[in-house]
Write a protein that binds this ligand. Structure first.
Ligand SMILES: Cc1cc2nc3c(=O)[nH]c(=O)nc-3n(C[C@H](O)[C@H](O)[C@H](O)COP(=O)(O)OP(=O)(O)OC[C@H]3O[C@@H](n4cnc5c(N)ncnc54)[C@H](O)[C@@H]3O)c2cc1C
Length: 411
């Protein structure tokens, strides 16, 4: 019997590829939207996620669509460097860190699934509406977006990868999981622009009142992200909707003073071809990810604030660990339970750390920078980054040394 995956996002698609890599050809991905388009803007994949995609044979493809991130640098609002550290290969990892367009990454994964599992392995316009336990597995109910026709699939297990606003999660838990917000809004977009600093730098500029992140995601293309508190007229939109467009001038108006000789942030944002508004949202850590033959994965399990470049990365890790357990456990029940035991504590820690990053961390560091103690601020940032890498799974030594989640290499 097959394994059904609800949702063809980064998590669901990586789960399909990971299951295929451990010998499961009977995987069906059901996606609600009728057409998978290149939506989203830039995301970052640190080396722990890149390792997993590389071990799925996608290293070269990733290299062809992403930019290898060379350094991460923090600047104060005056454009003064607080602290910088090398990233990816330059930091001693065996795998690079990539900055990449989310839509292009999703496309890469879609193509790989279709090539390896067959064109019919992803069915679009198929919204999973319910999952029911059956005597020998589960039954998945689906509604066709074009015709409204309802159909069902029997499966051994269902991977629930339907994102932050997971309706399936709510039906399994039996209550709506509220999306939490810290009252901040994220504006994001891309703009055509030449290289800055090393040409492969990711910079974080600002203080506790607002923060701007900029990095390249392709030749002549910069991704930017601005985080600031919600105001009366902005950021009041629905939580968890990634697709709310705004005029780039709105975001540009917040950064009029951010013009440095190494990067004109205001001009960059004002010249954007696309921009979006996203009230920051996450969910409280869940006490349970497995419900009979149904298992949560990615944002449905652990939606987190987009700090620390780990939303997609933790979904990718979920997928690999789940497939490893499916291949090596003696029953599917045992596989799902072991997956939860391994992944839920880690993802919970990352969710909570991202909440902390959104709050007091920046206030503390900015206070130091304001009184001219850039050295203290640098030490604080270095320590925060060190701890974060450890808990999220990309401490350089631990990642380079740890065993693979590929079944063949694990024996
Ligand atoms: C349109 C979009 C744009 C995004 N843009 C960004 C961005 O710019 N920056 C960033 O950091 N993160 C972005 N994200 C979030 C990021 O992709 C995730 O945080 C991360 O990759 C984890 O992915 P996921 O697979 O768990 O969820 P997602 O990537 O959200 O994928 C979930 C998938 O499930 C599908 N789905 C939902 N309900 C059902 C259902 N009932 N049945 C079948 N399919 C269903 C959705 O259409 C979607 O394709 C975006 C997500 C989406 C959906």
């Amino acid at each position: 019997m097959s394994i059904v995956i609800a949702g063809a996002g980064i998590g669901g698609l990586t789960a399909a590829l990971s299951l295929h890599a451990v010998g499961r050809n009977d995987v069906l991905v059901l996606e609600a939207v009728r057409e998978i388009r290149d939506v989203g803007v830039g995301i970052n994949l640190p080396p722990h996620a890149v390792r997993e995609l590389s071990e799925l044979g996608l290293g070269d493809a990733l290299d062809s669509i992403g930019v290898r991130t060379k350094e991460l640098a923090y600047y104060d609002p005056a454009g003064q460097l607080i602290w910088a550290e090398p990233r990816g290969l330059d930091a001693g990892y065996r795998w690079p860190q990539y900055s990449v367009h989310r839509g292009r990454l999703q496309r890469l994964l879609v193509d790989a699934v279709r090539e390896r599992l067959g064109a019919a392995a992803i069915q679009v316009g198929q919204r999973v509406t319910a999952v029911k336990e059956a005597a020998d597995g589960v039954v998945v109910e689906v509604v066709d977006a074009a015709t409204g026709i309802i159909s069902s699939h029997a499966a051994e297990a269902v991977v629930v990868a339907d994102g932050i606003r997971s309706g399936l999660r709510d039906s399994l838990i039996g209550a709506v999981t509220p999306l939490a917000s810290n009252g901040w809004v994220m504006y994001r977009g891309t703009a055509a622009a030449g290289p800055f600093l090393t040409g492969e730098s990711m910079v974080i500029i600002g203080d506790e009142s607002q923060r701007i992140v900029v990095y390249p995601i392709g030749p002549g293309l910069l991704n930017w992200l601005l985080v600031r508190p919600k105001s009366e007229d902005r950021g009041t939109g629905e939580l968890g909707n990634w697709n709310v467009p705004i005029a780039p001038e709105v975001a540009a108006s917040f950064v009029r003073n951010y013009r440095f000789d190494w990067l004109d942030v205001h001009a960059l944002i004002a010249s954007s071809t696309e921009a979006y508004e996203y009230p920051m949202a996450d969910i409280d850590p869940l006490p349970q990810w497995v419900f009979g033959g149904c298992v949560l994965l990615g944002d449905s399990a652990h939606a987190m604030y987009p700090f620390g470049s780990n939303g997609a990365s933790q979904a990718i890790l979920d997928a690999r660990v789940l497939a490893y357990q499916v291949a090596t456990a003696s029953t599917i029940d045992e596989a799902l339970k072991t997956y939860e035991a391994l992944r839920r504590p880690v993802a919970t820690e990352v969710q909570l750390a991202n909440r902390r990053q959104a709050g007091d961390v920046m206030a503390r560091v900015s206070a130091m920078a304001r009184r001219g103690a850039h050295g203290d601020a640098a030490a604080e940032l270095q320590e925060i980054e060190r701890r974060y890498k450890q808990l999220a799974g990309f401490d350089v030594g631990a990642l380079n040394e740890r065993r693979s989640w590929s079944v063949l290499k694990a024996s």
